[in-house]
Design a protein around this ligand. Structure first.
Ligand code: CTP
Ligand code: MG
Length: 390
C-alpha cells in the first residue's frame, strides 16, 4: 500500500448468518437490491478521514467481497483489501488485525451486519479514540425495562436501566493495545470491548445511533428494507410494445406524432402512427394495465382516425392515477421510409412533451429482408420504464 492512513476499519463479514437463514452468508444477502456488505462499506467510505479498509470474508465469498469492495472503494481502492475470516467473530477480527498497515494508529472493528450505520458514527469513534487514547464503543440507552431472572425464569430483580447501554459498532481502539489484547486473549469474548477490557484496557461509551442496529433475523432484514425504501420509495418496472402497419400510398403519413408531407402513409383504424401505438403498449404493459386494444377499443368509433397523441395523453393520465411515473421510453423504427434522422430531434421533443418523460428514437432498415425490406410496411418497437410508488 503506497498510502499511509493512521486509521483502519476492519469490517467483519465472515459469519454465516444462521439466525437470518437463507442460502448465502448474511453479508452477501441484499437489502434494496444491494448486498449488506456494500451498504456497510458506504458508511465506511463516507468517513471524513482516510482509512485502511479491511473486509474479512468467508473463503468461498472472497471473490464476491473483492467485487463489492472494489465498487464501494472506487478511486480509493489502494486503501482496500479482503482477507479470509475464521470460525468465530474473534478469529475473523484477528485475521484483520494481522494485515494492518504499519502507519495505522487507531483501529475500528465494525460488523458488516450493521449495514445502515452512518458515517458520522465512524467519525465520532475515531475522534474519541484520538482524544482519549482508550477504547471507545457506541452504545444506546436501553428503553425496555430489564429484569434479572433465575433458572426457572422467576424475576429476581429489576435492573436499573440508567446504568445499561446496548453496544454497537464500530468499536475503536489504539492499535497496539488492541493487537496486544488479541495476542493475550485466551477465551472468546462477545465483543471487542469485552476482550479489550479483560486484557487490561479501559473503554468508554459514546452515544450510538438507532440506524446502526444489527441485521440478525428476517425481521431485521425486512426492517432495513423498509428504512431504505421509505414512503415515496420506488420500484422500476419495464414494458415492451410492438406495432406494425402496412404502407398506404393514399394516406398521409403520421409518425411519431408528426405529419410527414410527401411520404407514403400507414394504413390503420386510427392514424396508423406505429411509434405512438408501440409507446402506448409499452407503457400499459409496464404498468400491467393491458394494451391499447383493451384500454381504448380498436373498433371504438371514437378512436377512428384518432391521432397517436390522443392515446399517449390518455395513457399518461391513466398511469398517474395508478401510481406510476414514467422514467423513460426508447423506440426503434424498422422500415425503408421515411428517412427519420433529419426529424429525430423534433419527434423526440414532441413525444417527450406528451408523456412528460424522455423519449429517445432510432431507426433502421433490414438490409432488404422481410416485409420491411420489401417496403411493405413499418414496425416500431418501444421499451418503457416506469417508477412505481409503494
Ligand atoms: N462474523 C465474522 N466471522 C465469524 C462470525 C461472525 O466475521 N466467524 C461477523 C458477521 O459476518 C457479522 C458480525 O460478525 O457481520 C456480527 O456477527 P453476527 O451478527 O452474529 O453474524 P453471524 O455470526 O453471521 O450470524 P449468526 O450468529 O446468526 O450465525
Ligand atoms: Mg454470530
Amino acid at each position: 500500500m503506497s498510502v499511509n492512513p493512521a486509521v483502519a476499519v476492519i469490517v467483519v463479514a465472515a459469519g454465516s448468518g444462521t439466525r437470518l437463514g437463507g442460502d448465502i452468508p448474511k453479508a452477501f444477502r441484499e437489502v434494496a437490491g444491494v448486498p449488506i456488505l456494500e451498504h456497510a462499506l458506504r458508511g465506511v467510505f463516507g468517513m471524513r478521514r482516510e482509512a485502511q479498509v479491511i473486509v474479512v470474508a468467508p473463503e468461498a465469498f472472497r471473490g464476491d467481497a473483492e467485487l463489492i469492495l472494489g465498487h464501494a472503494a472506487g478511486d480509493a481502492s489502494e486503501y482496500a483489501s479482503v482477507v479470509t475470516g475464521g470460525a468465530t467473530r474473534q478469529a475473523s477480527v484477528a485475521a484483520g488485525i494481522a494485515v494492518l498497515a504499519d502507519s495505522v494508529r487507531i483501529v475500528l472493528v465494525h460488523d458488516a451486519a450493521r449495514a445502515l450505520t452512518p458515517s458520522t458514527q465512524f467519525d465520532d469513534v475515531v475522534d474519541s479514540v484520538a482524544a482519549g487514547g482508550r477504547g471507545i464503543v457506541p452504545g444506546l440507552a436501553v428503553a425496555d425495562t430489564i429484569k434479572r431472572v433465575d433458572d426457572e425464569e422467576r424475576i429476581v430483580e429489576t435492573v436499573d436501566r440508567d446504568e445499561l447501554r446496548a453496544m454497537q459498532t464500530p468499536q475503536g481502539f489504539p492499535r497496539h493495545a488492541l493487537a496486544q489484547g488479541y495476542a493475550d486473549a485466551e477465551e472468546e469474548y462477545t465483543d471487542d470491548a469485552a476482550l479489550f477490557a479483560a486484557t487490561g484496557g479501559s473503554v468508554a461509551v459514546i452515544p450510538g445511533d438507532a440506524r446502526a442496529f444489527k441485521i440478525t433475523t428476517p425481521w431485521d432484514l425486512n426492517r432495513a428494507e423498509h428504512l431504505l425504501r421509505p414512503e415515496g420509495g420506488e420500484r422500476i418496472r419495464v414494458g415492451v410494445g410492438v406495432d406494425v402497419h402496412a404502407y398506404d400510398d393514399n394516406a398521409e403519413l403520421w409518425l411519431a406524432g408528426l405529419l410527414w408531407p410527401g411520404e407514403a402513409g400507414l394504413a390503420g383504424h386510427s392514424d396508423g402512427d406505429a411509434v405512438a401505438h408501440a409507446i402506448t403498449d409499452a407503457l400499459l404493459g409496464a404498468a400491467g394495465l393491458g394494451d391499447i386494444g383493451t384500454m381504448f377499443g380498436t373498433d371504438d368509433p371514437r378512436f377512428a382516425q384518432a391521432r397517436g397523441e390522443v392515446f399517449l395523453i390518455a395513457t399518461r393520465e391513466r398511469l398517474i392515477q395508478a401510481g406510476f411515473g414514467i422514467e423513460n421510453v426508447s423506440v426503434q423504427i424498422i422500415g425503408n421510409t421515411p428517412r427519420f434522422t433529419p426529424r429525430r430531434a423534433e419527434a423526440e421533443a414532441l413525444l417527450s412533451g406528451l408523456i412528460g418523460a424522455p423519449v429517445s428514437l432510432s431507426a433502421t432498415t433490414t438490409d432488404r429482408l422481410g416485409f420491411a425490406g420489401r417496403g411493405e410496411g413499418l414496425t416500431a418497437i418501444a421499451t418503457a420504464a416506469l417508477r412505481q410508488r409503494h
